[in-house]
Design a protein around this ligand. Structure first.
Ligand code: SAH
Ligand code: SF4
Length: 366
């Protein structure tokens, strides 16, 4: 992205203050600018009327404010999922998804919204079942491009008149879109700090979940990070044999390394982690896998999230029958492992990781 001006969304309060000073501007302007961006939701420097005109013009020369451009949108009636395909300035396609959970009780004024964001264009991890990995890794997103996805969603919600009082338009952030966040750790962490900061979007750290395929050294680094973000591990196999077959990362970081790293994270953070487990017919859905998974979950005091596999065009994998899904869940429940079988959302709108992008790339290259 060297040929583009930096996105204003990549600046933290500190880096923006330093950049302003380097321009001969007053550092305190940083707070004013961030207030315009994240609280008042300005979409240009021109709107920042408490800044001198010269400063506004200079900022517009240095930074790009351009939000990501919407290429495709899919939503399904009766399904509380919306998926956006965004084009970055270099043409790269990135997806983000908004999931609306039903109100938990009548006292809740509105449904809870979760935003799922991407951290890379494509993915190098090469998980066999995943649409994002199919065409390989293209590039990392920078922090500004990750924050831009959140800002896009904020704007989209506001446009539809669904913005409630206050300025946080969503309740949770999950880093579960395209890409492996821990292979783009610096930009991801910077973006999440901006999302979390009181001068930024103000989303509580415990409402932010990073999902990883299991990059062990980075999990250990995160364990020592003072930010209290939550961690989800995409396990998908309860033995090395099964996991290595579908996730090449397991050959580099097998379960004997992954499990202790996950344990260190959860002990240092004092919080339960989540084990994600996609159920794929005849690959990882045996009751023997369920028993092994229960052992791992008990050792880690982890919550298990079972996800029926979402078929990807061009890949042979299928989801198991509803009956098999329930049997698998029952094995976990009998062993008192907190587990949920995700009511699968958005299958009809290509909501699984990377699928909308894949379809559009196919169209464009067809
Ligand atoms: N790279 C990170 C985060 C992005 S993937 C990771 O792997 O954790 C987000 C989740 O979607 C992962 O748990 C991934 O395994 C899952 N996923 C990928 N393809 C899927 C599919 N076709 N159906 C259901 N879940 C899928
Ligand atoms: Fe990458 Fe995650 Fe897909 Fe694996 S599941 S290829 S790590 S995005």
């Amino acid at each position: 992205m060297e040929n583009f001006r930096p996105l204003i969304f990549s600046e933290t309060k500190e880096t923006l203050a330093a950049a302003l000073e380097a321009q001969g501007e007053k550092a305190f302007r940083a707070a004013q600018i961030l207030d315009w961006i994240y609280k008042k939701r300005a979409s240009s420097f021109e709107e920042m009327t408490n800044l001198p005109a010269g400063t506004r013009a200079r900022l517009a020369e240095i930074y790009d404010f351009a939000p990501a451009e919407l290429v495709a949108k899919s939503e399904q009636a009766g399904d509380a999922t919306e998926k956006f395909l965004l084009r970055m300035r270099d043409g790269a396609l990135v997806e983000c998804v908004v999931l609306r959970a039903p109100q938990e009780n009548a006292a809740e004024a509105r449904s809870r919204k979760t935003v799922c964001i991407s951290t890379q264009v494509g993915c190098a991890q090469g998980c066999r079942f995943c649409a994002s990995g199919l065409s390989g890794w293209k590039r990392n997103l920078d922090a500004g491009e990750i924050v831009a996805q959140l800002m896009f969603v904020c704007r989209e919600c506001a446009d539809k008149g669904t913005r409630e009082t206050g300025f946080t338009d969503f309740d949770n952030i999950v880093v579960m879109g395209m890409g492996e966040p821990l292979m783009n750790c610096e930009a991801t962490m910077r973006a999440l700090r901006i999302a979390n900061a009181s001068w930024g979007l103000g989303v509580g750290a415990r409402r932010i979940t990073i999902s990883t395929s299991g990059v062990v050294p980075k999990i250990r680094e995160l364990a020592d990070d003072p930010m209290q973000f939550r961690l989800a591990i995409s396990l998908h196999g309860a033995t090395d044999e099964v996991r290595s077959r579908i996730m090449p990362v397991n050959r580099k970081y097998p379960l004997a390394q992954l499990i202790p790293a996950a344990k260190e994270f959860s002990e240092k953070h004092g919080r339960m982690i989540t084990l994600e487990f996609i159920l794929i017919e005849d690959v990882n859905d045996s009751l023997e896998q369920a028993r092994k998974l229960a052992e791992i979950a008990r050792e880690l005091h982890a919550h298990v999230n079972l996800i029926p596999y979402n078929a990807v065009e061009g890949l042979p994998w299928k989801r198991p029958s509803g009956n098999r899904q329930m049997q698998f869940l029952k094995v976990l429940q009998e062993r008192r492992v907190p587990a949920t079988l995700r009511r699968e959302k958005g299958a009809g709108i290509d909501a699984a990781c990377g699928q909308l992008r894949l379809r559009n790339i196919d169209k464009e290259t067809a």
